[in-house]
Unconditional design. Sequence first.
Length: 235
Amino acid sequence: MDEPEDRAAPADETVAHKQRRLFARGRDTGRIEYFSDAVIAIAMTLLVLDIHVEVKAGENVFEAVGRDWEQFFAYALSFLVIGINWMFHHRRFRVIVRYDTTLVWLNLVFLLFIALVPFPTSLLADRAPNPQVITLYAGMVAILGLLGAATWSYAYRAGLMSETIDRPLFLYILGNNLVSPLVFGLSIPLAYVLQALDVDPAWAMWFWLFNSLGGIAWTRLRGDTRVGPRGAAVD
């Protein structure tokens, strides 16, 4: 049960100060996690509502599904994007053991963009990808990654994490969280460059595959950093 932190009150404490002292910080993030899981689950479920396959009279159903494969591709891609963000969120809150008002707001903004994912997904499925659609979709994914990194960074600097998270591990995970914003962010100008070169801008979407490769590269680059007895990196 989450109870207000028991901190000594000054003799001349005001009502506003007492409110901040009792409610601005807490030691149980369970409510944050349960609410986040619910919003994420609803966003993932809503993705399927944008799949509309028109089966003409006498047409084979599988042929109709194959004709509208873009809708299923967009659904699977966004389901994966939200799923990965849920996994990272779950991992973050395994070690974020306290909260304050700023952390709650950061998480709410993160959920705001999670709930918006079905919108650019529908555009990606209904139209041949153009630079504007790619900008909306890639920008959405990049923002989710930046918000995750911001939450991780703030929780560490505000002392809201378990003491098991030392600085080398904090930096390693922070760098890993920034791979996705970098890859998806770079795909946006790439789409416009391809269009200017009279090349199908949809090819910029293949650049998103570098997200996995970037994570592997970061692991190879920084994953061997050794940690000293007090969390200091060992050269």
